[in-house]
Ligand binder design. Structure first.
Ligand code: ZN
Length: 428
């Protein structure tokens, strides 16, 4: 094999990616003040947002001050856009500065500027291992929605060539990758699996007839097992990023794949959804974003995703904090004893016990204390023993971070359309 270029170290913007925490705070607070002042003057929706809490632009001097402002969620954005089409008062620049307008489900219209300074996805691509001279195949949709265009832009900023594969056409895409010696993959993890299957089907050796060295994936969960399998079969690095169509890139992995660093030019808060207060490292809350883009200045946009962050140092040298893991959607979670529980965490518990057929997590409240119970239907022939209940109970806190009880119920007790988490608490 020929010597490969170094994809495992370095920075897209060394100065800004390695700022000390104090310098980062100074930089971000200055950018925050600028965008709030700008947006207040130029984007009526942001003016209303500040006015609604009697906040003057001068009152927002640092990240902590954002707590004064309400959070705008996706469904509210869709409503605002319907009331005041097409951008709901969020457009911060004249129309002649736009180059593209996309439409995401909602529907929500997303404007994009001709000379955008937004290089957050570019940081993500460099961090994943893309380098000047790569040919990157983009397998996200080029219809209506923005990600494929963003990723193409990121490749161009790095000095890479893009091949617009789009969605589907797997065999043609495999052919294109082979003929053009494509070195980079951009898409979902599952489509890369499809590529590997199709390539083998047409008789290609994944490492000799394809030339993939690096992949940037998004849009789906990336379990370690799948990543390992893809990296081994193609002989490539696969790293993921996280963002939304409304605010763009919010976090990305580096070579060390120990969480996703925040880009330097946006503010990501983890917020208690009930109070809007900012949370610290290790505390689970909603991912809330503020971006510095004049064209569509989202200030405190609530993604609806739950996560937590770490401020532990990373061997890559990037000093930005990292999202550890996306835990799921806010609208699917339930708070038990102050901790958020999510159906995916409950599934994790159940997956460890082949004895379990179906289960439901029931949340109740007795004497002002939350109780969590796994009501479990066992597989045919499995005996409901005290020992089994104890084993499951001891596994619950690992995944759910709260203790729970186990009760066994008759097979067929749960209805067809049962909810995985049934919150039976009554608050009045
Ligand atoms: Zn790192």
């Amino acid at each position: 094999m020929t010597a490969r270029i170094d994809r495992t170290s370095g920075y897209y913007n060394q100065t800004l990616e390695t700022l000390s925490p104090e310098d980062r705070a100074t930089y971000q607070n200055a950018e925050l003040q600028k965008i709030v002042q700008y947006a207040y003057k130029n984007a009526p929706a942001i003016r209303k947002k500040l006015d609604s809490t009697n906040t003057k632009p001068d009152d927002i001097k640092c990240v902590k001050d954002l707590e004064r402002l309400p959070i705008t969620h996706k469904h509210e954005l869709a409503q605002l856009q319907q009331q005041d089409p097409p951008f709901g008062g969020f457009l911060g620049v004249p129309w002649n500065r736009l180059k593209r307008i996309c439409m995401s489900p909602g529907p929500i219209y997303e404007p994009e500027e001709i000379h955008s300074q937004n290089d957050r996805w570019t940081q993500a691509f460099f961090s994943a291992g893309f380098r000047k001279g790569d040919i990157g195949q983009i397998t996200f949709s080029y219809h209506l929605v923005p990600p494929a265009f963003w990723f193409e832009d990121a490749l161009h900023r790095l000095g890479c060539i893009a091949t617009p594969g789009g969605v589907g056409n797997t065999e043609l895409q495999v052919r294109m990758m082979h003929d053009l010696k494509v070195t980079g993959y951009v898409g979902t993890p599952s489509f890369l699996v499809n590529i590997s299957k199709k390539a083998r089907e047409v008789g290609y050796d994944l490492q000799k007839d394809l030339y993939l060295e690096v992949g940037f994936v998004a849009g789906e969960m990336l379990p370690d097992s799948l990543r390992n399998e893809l990296e081994a079969s193609f002989g490539m690095i696969v790293r993921q990023g996280y963002g939304t169509a409304d605010v763009g890139c919010l976090a990305f992995e580096c070579y060390h794949k120990n969480g996703m660093h925040f880009p330097y030019n946006c503010i990501v808060e983890i917020v208690d959804p009930e109070t809007g207060r900012q949370l610290g490292p290790g505390e689970t809350g909603e991912v809330v974003a503020t971006i510095f883009d004049q064209v569509y200045p989202m200030i405190r946009f609530g993604t609806g995703d739950l996560s937590y962050f770490t401020d532990e140092p990373c061997p890559c040298g990037r000093t930005a904090n990292r999202l550890v893991k996306i835990l799921g959607r806010l609208d699917q979670v339930t708070k038990v004893k102050g901790m958020f529980i999510h159906p995916d965490n409950a599934d994790e518990v159940a997956a460890r016990f082949p004895e379990i057929s179906r289960y439901q997590v029931v949340v109740t409240r007795e004497a002002h204390v939350d109780q969590m119970t796994f009501a479990i239907e066992l597989k045919e022939g499995v005996e409901a023993t005290e020992a089994l209940a104890k084993r499951i109970e001891s596994a619950i806190p690992n995944s759910m971070r709260v203790r729970g009880k186990v009760t066994f119920i008759e097979r067929g007790t749960l209805p067809e359309d049962y909810k995985k988490i049934d919150d039976r608490r009554r608050w009045n």
